[in-house]
Ligand binder design. Structure first.
Ligand code: PGA
Length: 247
């Protein structure tokens, strides 16, 4: 059985005070939830969040570089994330792909590095509206998944989380139909089975992301292939994120 995982992606929102307040309240409210709960906060919030010593709510970052250290102005190393209590790191988010021009090759290096240092990647894949209209959804997610995982060892795979996030559903209020998302996620799992083994593919958790809110989370979680959600906008408010986790 795969433990459901619901992660909040706070993107470029919340100063330290706001982050601490939200995380404290969340920790109290979801204590007894069977769901694994993660907050992926801006880098500047991580030391203060780590100092709270949260036990139920786990910490994640939203990006990292693939080198240990060096002259890489503006970048954050994997070891720095471990140092401030991160267990997870989002990699290949569509905003990184589109705005910051990250390609599959760069994302692959980051995924391998994260797995090698013991950070759990939340690897994002998903098609654009144009690709969906052209009937290319499955082809796109299969290619993104395959390229991102090139060189990843089978024994590292249980630390991987994949988030299927159709680009057109992110921040738009327009979510993917739950059965549709289930079908795409089944295709991603099949890709894992082809690349590794059917047994390993069954162990990897695959989330849906894109306009998840309290009103639609249940539909997604009822799907057999969907193991959780990556939540942007609706994770910023503690009431709405709590209701999502307690779906
Ligand atoms: P959203 O964002 O929930 O605001 O659509 C999801 C994401 O970007 O991970």
């Amino acid at each position: 059985m795969r433990t459901p995982i619901i992660a909040g992606n706070w993107k470029m929102y919340k100063n330290v005070g706001e982050a601490v307040e939200t995380a404290r309240k969340l920790e109290e409210r979801v204590q007894d939830s069977p769901v694994e709960v993660v907050i992926c906060a801006p880098f500047t919030n991580l030391p203060a969040l780590s100092a709270l010593g949260l036990t139920k709510v786990k910490l994640g970052a939203q990006n990292m570089y693939f080198e240990d250290q060096g002259a890489f102005t503006g970048e954050i190393a994997p070891g720095m994330l471990l140092d401030v209590g991160c267990e997870y790191v989002i990699l290949g988010h569509s905003e990184r792909r589109q705005i910051f021009k990250e390609d599959d090759e760069l994302i692959n290096k980051k995924v391998l590095k994260a797995l090698n240092v013991g950070l759990k990647p939340i690897l994002c894949v998903g098609e654009t509206l144009e690709e969906r209209r052209a009937g290319r959804t499955e082809e796109v997610v299969v290619a993104q998944t395959t390229r991102a995982l090139a060189g990843a060892a089978a024994e590292q795979l249980t630390n991987l989380v994949i988030a299927y996030e159709p680009v057109w559903a992110i921040g738009t209020g327009e979510n993917c139909d739950a059965e549709d998302a289930n079908q795409v996620i089944a295709r991603i799992r099949q890709t894992l089975a082809e690349l590794y083994t059917a047994d390993l593919a069954q162990q990897v958790r695959i989330q849906y992301g894109g306009s998840v809110k309290p009103a639609n989370i249940k539909e997604f979680m009822e799907q057999p292939e969907i193991d959780g959600a990556l939540v942007g906008g609706a994770s910023l408010d503690v009431d709405s994120f709590t209701s999502i986790i307690r779906y």
